[in-house]
Design a protein around this ligand. Structure first.
Ligand code: ATP
Length: 335
């Protein structure tokens, strides 16, 4: 089991209130990602769950038991860090088995578990190598192997892929997701990469300034953002926001339309008129940054290639079913 519940979790460092009352229910076996801008408290919240920081208030329940006074090693969680934290003088075998050795397990059993984990992670050929003789991706797998052999109730990942190059990140992202599903172990994963969040998570926690803005599946966050912050944070390129008269006509203070929900017309008279400032041709997609006068700069995305260029006039027609409306406090209006 690995069900984790936070109840009004608070954290202050001295006078500074960092985590401002977090409530969260993480189902056993689920993959939950914490995202949010730099400094919003993602790592702090993860460290509170791990027990590496003490809470200033509230409860953390693991399988129903409040663990706020339980030391990290007794919480049954395994943490995987961005820095890998491998012992340089130890072999891969030694690194993966280290925690089990400390726990006093018999040698045979340690070997069996280490070899099983190495096989799962395609590390068998490297068991006798030192970390410096491995690639970044292999080192990251060793760090994950060390977490797996302890058979934790949950894995806690702190930006584990951020030291890897772009191609390897994509590969490891898929491997970590596959592994988590195969093991069925609860995982909490901190990242500021929203593509990682959208692709890996069963559920995403969007944090901002120490508060949870929304907790939901990737698609829920994309389709039904609770407020302006989530609407602007999830999705790349960012959602377009328009205020003023146009928003008031919709009964809102702000309306939002995602770049992929603006239809691009060359000679249209309807929609929002503007001039292309920059056109990005990616082959698979075309992104247009359109100067729409009083509406500001708007981004439109076309799936495929569009032969339009800077200086061309276009009209952007929002899909009426995909317009998001927000009130003056920034909360989403529905219906
Ligand atoms: P990033 O994406 O940049 O890693 P984060 O969302 O993980 O950011 P945290 O590392 O949790 O953010 O930090 C949240 C806030 O708490 C920051 O303002 C940080 O400076 C502060 N903070 C973190 N640890 C401590 C500490 N030990 N003492 C004082 N302030 C701290």
């Amino acid at each position: 089991m690995g069900q984790i519940t936070l109840q009004d979790v608070q954290k202050s460092f001295g006078p500074v209130h960092i985590i401002k009352g977090a409530d969260l229910d993480i189902a056993d076996g689920s993959f939950v990602v914490f995202v949010g801008p730099s400094g919003c408290g993602k790592t702090t919240l993860l460290r509170l769950i791990a027990g590496l920081e003490d809470v200033s208030g509230g409860k953390i329940l693991i399988d129903g038991k409040n663990v706020v006074d339980t030391p990290p090693a007794k919480r049954g969680l395994s943490m995987v860090f961005q820095s890998y934290a491998l012992y340089p003088h130890m072999s891969v075998r030694g690194n993966i088995g280290f925690g089990l050795k400390m726990a006093g397990l018999p040698k045979d059993e340690i070997n069996r578990k280490v070899e099983a984990a190495a096989a799962t992670l395609n590390l068998t050929p490297y068991l006798d190598r030192k970390p410096r003789e491995l690639s970044g991706g292999q080192r990251q797998r060793v760090a994950i192997g060390r977490a797996i052999v302890r058979e934790p109730k949950a894995f806690l990942f702190d930006e584990p892929l951020s030291n890897l190059d772009a191609a390897l990140r994509v590969q490891m992202r898929i491997e970590v997701t596959r592994l988590q599903k195969q093991l069925g172990t609860t995982a909490i994963y901190v990242t500021h990469d929203q593509v990682e969040a959208m692709t890996m998570a069963d559920k995403i926690v969007v944090l901002n300034g120490g508060k949870i803005e929304q907790y939901g599946s990737p698609l829920e966050l994309y389709e039904k953002p609770a407020n302006l912050f989530v609407a602007g944070f999830i999705g790349s390129p960012k959602m377009n926001f328009v205020t003023g008269e146009l928003a008031r006509q919709q009964g809102a203070a702000t309306i939002g339309v995602r770049p992929e929900h603006l239809r691009i017309e060359r000679d249209g008279a309807g929609g929002w008129q503007g001039t292309i400032a920059v056109a990005e041709h990616l082959g698979s997609d075309t992104f247009l940054y359109v100067d729409a006068g009083p509406l500001g700069m708007l981004t439109a995305r076309y799936i495929g290639e569009l032969s339009l260029h800077a200086g061309d006039h276009v009209s952007l027609v929002p899909d009426p079913a995909r317009i998001h409306r927000f009130d003056a406090s920034g909360n989403a209006l529905r219906g």
